[in-house]
Write a protein that binds this ligand. Structure first.
Ligand SMILES: Nc1nc2c(c(=O)[nH]1)N[C@H]1C(S)=C(S)[C@@H](COP(=O)(O)O)O[C@H]1N2
Ligand SMILES: [Mo]
Length: 164
């Protein structure tokens, strides 16, 4: 956790320390923008809420950038990140994540499209203003609510994202 943290310090966990944090299980659907939705997955890991409590943001923080291996990133509103169902998953349907699907840890944000869930997470940056992540810079919708079919940035309304 870095960026605008409450104590202006970085907090990090190694593999063992992260696994020792309180666990959460979330049953959720998975919506890919290009594929059909995968319904009824069970994700187990550490709730984003738990991480927020352990390494809180500065009061001015409005968004986070979730950083992953290979330069991937996804931006989220703080309230989407703080949603009780947002989880840093280590297990899917009872099995450790496979390398392909994000081992050792991936973010799952069940109420948003799947590109908002980086695999192979490295860090979370607290931000005082919104900034586009990897796909959001390349034409995908900044918020990505599947129930509103927010797939592409040309669908964005005033307030959905920073200017391009
Ligand atoms: N690090 C990283 N995370 C990523 C991606 C990526 O390219 N790199 N792709 C995203 C997209 S577009 C989708 S649809 C899902 C796919 O997850 P899956 O491979 O487990 O099905 O991962 C998301 N997380
Ligand atoms: Mo995707």
């Amino acid at each position: 956790m870095f960026g605008a943290t409450a104590d202006a310090e970085k907090t990090s966990w190694d593999f063992a320390a992260f696994h020792a944090l309180p666990k959460a299980t979330v049953r959720a659907d998975f919506h890919c923008v290009t594929k059909f939705s995968m319904l009824g997955n069970e994700w187990c890991g550490v709730a984003a809420r738990t991480v927020l409590d352990l390494a809180p943001p500065d009061p001015g923080v409005t968004h986070v950038m979730v950083w992953a291996e290979y330069g991937y990133s996804a931006n989220l509103r703080l309230d989407d990140f703080a949603d009780p169902s947002t989880v840093f998953a280590t297990h899917h349907d009872g099995q450790p994540l496979t390398l392909e699907h994000g081992f050792p840890v991936r973010l799952v944000v069940p109420h948003l499209y799947a590109w908002k869930g980086p695999k192979w997470v490295r860090a979370v940056e607290y931000m005082r203003a919104d900034r586009r992540g990897f796909w959001e810079e390349r034409g995908y919708h900044n918020r990505a609510d599947p129930w509103q079919e927010q797939r592409y940035s040309y669908q964005e309304q005033e307030g959905d994202g920073p200017l391009r």
